[in-house]
Ligand binder design. Structure first.
Ligand code: SF4
Length: 207
């Protein structure tokens, strides 16, 4: 049986959004001027791994790297990627140059805090989906945007788009928020990730 490795590659903490709940805030200052090397250098490095490999590319915003498409193109046949993105940048070139079988999954995060139009966001998800990409949506149950979760669920369900609703993970870089009873009740029925269970056990979250 062949072994397929999985690696998570956080290529940059840089992002074109400034979400209040961003856990990368601390790193953004450090990596603000960091320049990624050429795509061919990175591709050659990953291609040295002999096993079959899926590289889970995340950030920050991976599409800020102008070498991303070339990097995927230069990967050897037994290397594939998965990408997490805020979906803000132009995907026209991507869908025309990257075959869906080379990119096993795209996680698209919806961020109303960046004043993104929901219809346009869904439109991009559908473009990728209809080009054969496996796409899912991710959403953060931040206090200022959690109450629109039902609308989001309705919309994604209408177009058969899978969605994950994340717990708002607080850390020293993000605003502290104490959820009240009605908010906690709402979250109990709308959070779909498993981190709330873990955090409850750790006593670090109120759910
Ligand atoms: S889109 Fe993601 S990486 Fe960018 S600021 Fe928002 S949470 Fe952070």
């Amino acid at each position: 049986m062949r072994t397929c490795l999985n690696a998570v590659w956080n290529i940059t903490a840089k992002c074109n959004y400034v979400c209040p709940y961003c856990i990368n805030e601390a790193y953004k200052r450090t990596y603000g001027t960091f320049v990624l090397p050429e795509a061919k250098i990175w591709a050659a490095a990953w291609n040295r791994i002999e096993e079959e490999l899926v590289i889970d590319i995340t950030g920050g915003e991976p599409f800020l790297w102008d070498g991303l498409i070339e990097f995927i193109y230069l990967l050897s046949e037994d290397k594939r990627v998965a990408i997490s993105t805020n979906e803000s940048l132009d995907f026209l070139e991507f869908v025309q140059k990257v075959p869906p079988q080379k990119c096993i999954n795209i996680t698209m995060s919806y961020h109303p805090s960046a004043y993104v139009d929901l219809n346009y966001f869904i439109g991009k998800v559908l473009m990728l989906k209809n080009r054969g990409f496996n796409v899912n949506v991710n959403y953060e149950a931040y206090p200022e945007q959690m109450w629109i979760i039902p609308e989001l669920l309705e919309k994604t369900s209408k177009y058969d788009i899978s969605i994950n609703i994340d717990t708002y993970l607080q850390n020293t870089q993000t605003p502290y928020y104490s959820f009240n009873e009605s908010e906690l009740e709402f979250l109990k029925h709308n959070i779909t990730d498993l981190r709330n269970i873990f955090l409850k056990e750790k006593n670090e979250y109120h759910l």
